[in-house]
Write a protein that binds this ligand. Structure first.
Ligand code: 5GP
Ligand code: MN
Length: 315
């Protein structure tokens, strides 16, 4: 941790009474966990806070403490706006459109655009939650069990249960400290990563039935019709991308998820030695070398063919 950034951050917290926390659209466990985790810390400091996720909290994180205090739009007046786990400002959706610029950007994506006056971007952190833990420790901020459960969820989900190759001794040390505060890794892991609805399973079935493999590339699509057919309520891939990435003999996998607004959400996963964030960047998206994403306006078939063409160039 750059000591000066931590001190700057601490000063900004001290100077602010009303603090707004925001994270990205289609929030994952690190987005939700970082948002709620920092929220608990700030509440314990006596701050008035608001937490906003444009898409709300997915059901797999509804067990986390404080989840009822997340809103889908911003209202009120703030002294400090903090954006979490978002590589660029468009990732938060349109919630800040009438509120001007954020003050602090805390993130771990290598594609982060440093969009705020204070950017705390650590690309070697396995999760934004890991950076937050570091800041909380450095500044000796109050960390209770509720905060620990949320932060540990961020760590567990972004590291896929401490399995990704950017998991470090620091990640385990952070997890150990959070467990000592009362967070239960087994329960949090099961709730966030293993448990899924029956509808999600059927949705996988639709996508899996269309999976295609060409050499070391595997991909599939998920359509609006699939979701209607099986009654899947989300607009994500229900983590199907991580199932595809388990197929032997593949280095890169892609899932295309058709959206209501005429766009297609694309998710890439790659083995070590491949950088899918560069492909995502070509389409205006971003992420990490082994995991990246983007939303592209256009018809499903067209997007599939354009994206596969670009993806094949890195294979
Ligand atoms: P996922 O495929 O699970 O949505 O995301 C994989 C990684 O890519 C995550 O680190 C996520 O933050 C990033 N990512 C996903 N979608 C987008 C996007 O539309 N824009 C950017 N910049 N990053 C994205
Ligand atoms: Mn993250």
């Amino acid at each position: 941790m750059n000591k000066q950034s931590a001190v700057d951050f601490g000063q900004r917290l001290e100077d602010a009474d009303r603090i707004l926390l925001i994270s990205h659209i289609r929030p994952d466990g690190d987005a939700v966990g970082s948002l709620l985790g920092l929220g608990h810390v700030l509440k314990a400091m006596g701050k008035e806070i608001n937490q906003v996720l444009e898409d709300g909290v997915p059901t797999s994180f509804h067990h986390l403490p404080g989840v009822d205090e997340v809103f889908r739009e911003v209202s009120g007046v703030y002294d400090l706006i903090i954006v979490l786990d978002s590589s660029d400002i468009s990732r938060i959706g349109s919630v800040l459109d009438e509120y001007g610029q954020p003050d602090v950007n805390i993130d771990h994506h290598p594609t982060n655009t440093h969009f705020a006056p204070l950017n705390i971007v650590q690309t070697d952190a396995v999760a934004t939650a890991e950076i937050l833990f570091d800041l909380i420790e450095t500044l000796a901020l109050p960390l209770n069990r509720e905060a620990a459960e949320c932060l540990l969820t961020g760590l567990i989900t972004d590291s896929l249960g401490f399995r990704t190759n950017n998991t470090t001794p620091r990640s385990f040390r952070t997890a150990a400290a959070l467990q000592e505060l009362g967070a239960d890794p087994a329960v949090l892991h099961r709730k966030a990563l293993l448990e899924r609805s029956y509808e999600a399973l059927l949705y996988w079935g639709e996508g899996l039935s269309r999976a295609r493999k060409e050499d070391n590339l595997i991909w599939t699509t998920l359509t609006l019709e699939d979701r209607k057919q099986v009654g899947y309520p989300g607009r994500d891939d229900a983590d199907l991308v991580n199932v595809l990435s388990s197929v032997a003999g593949t280095d890169v996998c892609v899932v295309f998820i058709e959206q209501k607004d005429g766009s297609v959400k694309v998710s890439w996963r790659a083995k070590v030695g491949f950088d899918v964030s560069q492909v995502a960047m070509k389409f205006g998206g971003g992420g990490h070398k082994p995991a990246a994403g983007v939303s592209i306006t256009g018809e499903l078939e067209r997007v599939v063919s354009d994206v596969l063409e670009e993806t094949k160039k890195i294979l």
